[in-house]
Design a protein around this ligand. Structure first.
Ligand code: PLP
Length: 395
């Protein structure tokens, strides 16, 4: 009989979002007249911007005519999009070659698929609290996972300790769930560690577009030494509302070599074997994001999410509640008031003011006692949720 991948039996059930959905459902069954203010969602609520929609329509038209029809696309991505992204980096002074840009169907796909490049014997370090996919993708392979806890003492931005032994290192900045962003000094410590130890950093930059402070790095390749130790995984999901449209990109520099093998060349080999690329229509839509007009329009949408963030953080400031994130990230990570546990606070908000957030404990043990608010909801709901929060928690 066939032997399935037994590592799957080591996966924890997707307990967090299941339990939240369950609790919401039970509450609404008991209170059918109530509306829930959903501040927990990780999905966007604004539609694609006009520049993208126009490009998508034009690409559909292209597919209707013999002269402009496209069949299979380049497995690593259409050069028009790789070029647009390469230029986007170069305009910011980051020297990326177009052939170092790989187009993907999104960061989730890449975060799992990229593990093909590494032997199973490598350890994977996950800075926690963390986006749950890092742990799950490595558990599926049976890899040893180093749960690297962070805390409010280091602003949820830890640096490597001297005795650390890690091969694959996940860094998510701006972070989901904490909203914390690595500054240059701290990120440089990880780069130096990786170069000294022959490790590889998987830099998840899914939320880079939310960074508004010029002194914070939006790409790891802004820093010295990153080209010999890092892979950057980006997503257009939150940058441009592509959660349902699906497109992202990954940067693998040519200098990234381990055991004499180029990870860039290995990834070309992987992609040409395991995918036939992202659809022409979607790649045309994605390319519109990198035009001047596209950039202006996506920034307008991000501004709306930032207003939601401001509404929530102003409320937390007034209440004197500790939090991080919100300014350079779409997530706000707060300390549960009155020493409540994460789930206790969840129940309290649901039952008292019908506000739904995400309990920090779901992102790793060190998230216990914390809570995540997302700023992707509607402006009206965010405003009402903030008012209700203030009414409930003011002395
Ligand atoms: N990385 C982080 C940290 C995320 O929070 C998410 C989605 O929420 C992703 C990656 C996945 O992005 P995508 O929609 O491109 O798969």
């Amino acid at each position: 009989m066939i032997l399935p991948n037994l590592n799957y039996s080591n996966l924890k059930n997707s307990y967090l979002f299941f339990r939240i959905a369950q609790k919401n459902k039970e509450y609404l069954e008991k209170n059918p007249d109530k509306h829930l203010y959903r501040m927990g969602i990780g999905d966007v609520s604004l539609p694609l911007c006009d520049a993208v929609i126009k490009a998508l329509h034009e690409a559909v038209e292209d597919q209707s005519k013999k002269e402009t029809f496209h069949g299979y696309m380049d497995e690593c991505g259409a050069m028009f999009l790789r070029e647009a992204i390469g230029k986007h980096y170069r305009n910011r002074g980051i020297n990326i070659d177009n052939c170092e840009v790989f187009i993907s169907s999104g960061a989730s796909d890449e975060l799992g698929d990229i593990l093909d490049l590494f032997d199973k014997s490598n350890s994977a370090l996950v800075i926690e609290p963390a986006y749950p996919a890092y742990v799950d993708a490595n558990t599926m392979v049976g890899r040893n996972i180093i749960h690297y806890a962070s805390s409010s003492e280091n602003g949820f931005l830890p640096v490597p300790t001297k005795d650390l032994k890690a091969d694959i290192i996940y860094i998510c900045s701006p972070n989901n769930p904490t909203g914390a962003v690595f500054d240059r000094e701290k990120l440089q410590k990880w780069i130096d560690y990786a170069n000294e130890n022959g490790s590889v950093i998987l830099f998840d930059a899914a939320y880079e577009a939310f960074i508004e402070q010029d002194d914070l790095p939006r790409s790891i390749f802004e820093l010295d030494g990153a080209r010999t130790c890092a892979i950057e995984i980006c997503s257009l999901s939150k940058t441009a509302g592509f959660t349902g449209t699906r497109c992202g990109y990954t940067i693998i520099p040519r200098e990234l070599v381990r055991h004499g093998m180029s990870l860039n060349q290995m990834w070309i080999r992987n992609r040409t074997t395991k995918t036939n690329g992202v659809s022409y229509i979607i790649q045309r839509g994605a390319a519109a994001i990198f035009t001047e007009e596209g950039q202006r329009q996506i920034k307008e949408n991000i501004k709306i999410y930032k207003q939601n963030a401001k509404c929530l953080t102003d409320t937390l400031d007034k209440l004197g509640i500790w939090y991080c994130g919100g300014k350079n990230a779409p997530y706000i990570w707060l300390k549960c008031p009155k020493n409540m546990g994460s789930w206790e606070f969840f129940d309290y908000l649901l039952n008292e003011i019908q506000v739904v957030g995400t309990p920090g404990e779901g992102f790793g043990k060190c998230g216990e006692g914390y809570f995540r608010f997302s700023t992707f909801g509607s402006a009206e709901d965010t405003k009402i949720a903030s008012e209700r929060l203030y009414g409930l928690l003011k002395e």
